[in-house]
Design a protein. Structure first.
Length: 178
């Protein structure tokens, strides 16, 4: 046990340095919040679905809730029920055991619904691909509006993907019917 304490004393804290604070991020956050309210008229609610991932993407999604990214301060909230969600955020290759559950979650999400596949596995199955145990990417099971590449993608890229999907759903000037 003393060897462990000596090792800890020699090594010290082995964590990464905190990100630099910047006013640019604060200004960007305020712009994002205004834009979300203009497009949706309300907060964005997301149901996150792990369809069989290694949890790398979930760790990055979880980081969006820390004080640096402060996703809830932007008006984006995670919900437990797909019936309350505007968007599905799906991670991992869809395992055969999760295929039906993902379809049911998609069907339970009210229209207009957005689907964002996160990570290389969500995009095309990643290193798992398609096999007897995996359906591959999320698009093989449900329609996907946007994918966020990376293994795992950093939190800022996930946030950009969410915002890009929301911007794409913005009604255009020609969408009004007469």
């Amino acid at each position: 046990m003393w060897n462990i304490f000596k090792q800890i004393a020699r090594t010290g804290m082995s964590t990464e340095a905190p990100p630099q604070s910047s006013d640019a991020l604060r200004v960007e956050s305020e712009r994002i919040q205004r834009e979300l309210l203009e497009i949706l008229g309300q907060a964005l609610t997301i149901r996150q679905v792990d369809a069989g991932s290694c949890n790398g993407c979930e760790l990055e999604i979880h980081a969006l809730g820390n004080p640096y990214y402060n996703i809830e301060g932007l008006g984006i909230k995670f919900v437990a029920s797909p019936r309350h969600a505007d968007m599905l955020l799906v991670t991992g290759p869809v395992s055969r055991n999760m295929e039906q559950a993902l379809r049911r979650t998609y069907e339970a999400t009210p229209e207009p619904k957005l689907v964002v596949a996160v990570g290389d596995c969500g995009r095309d199955g990643g290193i798992f691909g398609e096999s007897y145990a995996s359906c591959g990417g999320v698009a093989n099971v449900i329609p996907v509006d946007l994918t966020v590449p990376g293994c795992p993608p950093p939190p800022i890229e996930i946030l950009r993907g969410i915002l890009t999907a929301v911007r794409r759903c913005r009604p255009g000037p020609t969408s009004s019917s007469t």
